[in-house]
Design a protein around this ligand. Structure first.
Ligand code: NAP
Ligand code: GDP
Length: 338
């Protein structure tokens, strides 16, 4: 088999690659979620769209992407030139542990339908979304883009992880067989406004924000799950959105790229909980429920590849991004997803 890098050098000029002179029509699947809403914000409020471009943000109400006919119909309707593919079954550690089968099957179906439909309507560029939690559990650190398929993922979320890893397989195969220039990004844990703040099913930061809000209101202790020792890199959804748009326009590879803050910005769950306590000005007791799982201890990722492309990109400081997220949650408590 020919390596993707070799393919690029022998491809006819611009085969399957965006034509910079034609304005993009971008379809964003999962446009109503945490990351999708952040991309909407950057496109609509920060001048992220160029003149003549059209951006379409889909939710599951526009099409159930588990269904092949509905997926094909929504792609036929909009005939996008570019796709940011975010739609997925998503959840925190505890939702993953309960439903590995559903995570595997639903994400495989959604990804197969979306890429099949994109190819059918001749989309030139798809950027799909993986996650750093899909990397091998037993590994050396920092983890980089070459390591995705090196060994089994952590047992807590193997369904989600294997389904996400297969997106990289799709991208390589679409390139080899059809010269499609589809790629993927690998973000770390994301947080921000419009997250899923459901305590049982969501990720750690929205869960802690919601639990702290309730503990403060009811004068009870904040219960952090697990030992607090695992470590995570967190990326603000708005920073991720800015990077996503850069990838769509300027990243010219099929191989994935990690979108992460630096290794030095990794924090423990205990430090994250303390930051939430401070952002919400919670004065009560903080306790750790060690009967709950810690999940993967760490998945420290390297952002060296990103830094080679964008040495000057500035990430929003964690405390500031967390404060903005907490303020958003308090201001939108009634309507927030929870
Ligand atoms: P989210 O807030 O839960 O949003 C999920 C989106 O997918 C929603 O727009 C949802 O539509 C849509 N969706 C789900 N099932 C669908 C279906 N059957 N048909 C059509 N649309 C469907 O998730 P997110 O956190 O923004 O995640 C976006 C992407 O980033 C995902 O691919 C995820 O794997 C990846 N990622 C997330 C994190 C993280 O920490 N959150 C970290 C790394 C990677 P409705 O609003 O209509 O339900
Ligand atoms: P992960 O990064 O894929 O493992 O998923 P999460 O975002 O759910 O983070 C899980 C880590 O946060 C584990 O170490 C949990 O023990 C810890 N944690 C502490 N409190 C909470 C909470 O309220 N919700 C969640 N989801 N995790 C928590």
């Amino acid at each position: 088999p020919i390596a993707v890098s070799e393919w690029l050098s022998i491809l006819p000029k611009n085969a399957g690659i965006a034509n910079d002179n034609v304005p993009m029509r971008v379809l964003v699947t999962g446009g109503s979620g945490l990351v999708g809403r952040a991309i909407q914000h950057v496109v609509n409020e920060e001048g992220g769209a160029k003149e003549g471009e059209e951006w379409i943000f889909l939710s599951s109400k526009d099409a159930n992407l588990l269904n092949t006919e509905e997926t094909m119909a929504v792609f036929e309707k909009h005939r996008p030139t570019h796709v940011i593919h975010l739609a997925a079954m998503v959840g925190g550690l505890f939702k993953n542990m309960k439903s590995n089968l559903d995570f595997w099957r639903n994400n495989i179906y959604i990804n197969d339908n979306v890429l099949k439909a994109a190819h059918a309507v001749e989309v030139v560029r798809v950027v799909s979304c993986l996650s750093t939690c899909i990397f091998p559990d037993k590994t050396t650190y920092p983890i980089d883009e070459t390591m995705i398929h090196n060994g089994p993922p952590h047992e807590s979320n193997f369904g989600y992880s294997y389904a996400k890893r297969m997106l990289d397989v799709y991208n390589r195969a679409y390139f080899e067989q059809h010269q499609r220039f589809y790629t993927s990004v690998i973000p770390t844990n994301v947080f921000g406004p419009h997250d899923n703040f459901n305590i049982e099913d969501g990720h750690v930061l929205p869960g802690l924000i919601h639990k702290t809000y309730i503990a403060k209101k009811e004068g009870k202790p904040l219960v952090v799950w697990g030992s607090g020792t695992p470590r995570r890199q967190f990326i603000y959804s708005l920073d991720l959105a800015r990077l996503f748009i850069w990838v769509l326009r300027d990243y010219k590879e099929v191989d994935p790229i990690i979108l992460s803050v630096g290794e030095e910005d990794e924090v423990s769950i205990k430090e994250a909980a303390e930051a939430v306590v401070q952002a919400l000005d919670f004065k009560g007791e903080v306790v750790y429920d060690t009967s709950k799982s810690d999940g993967q201890f760490k998945k420290t990722a390297s952002n060296a590849k990103l830094r080679r492309h964008l040495p000057d990109f500035t990430f929003t400081p964690f405390d500031q991004a967390l404060k903005e997220t907490c303020d958003w949650f308090v201001a939108n408590y009634d309507s927030a997803r929870k």
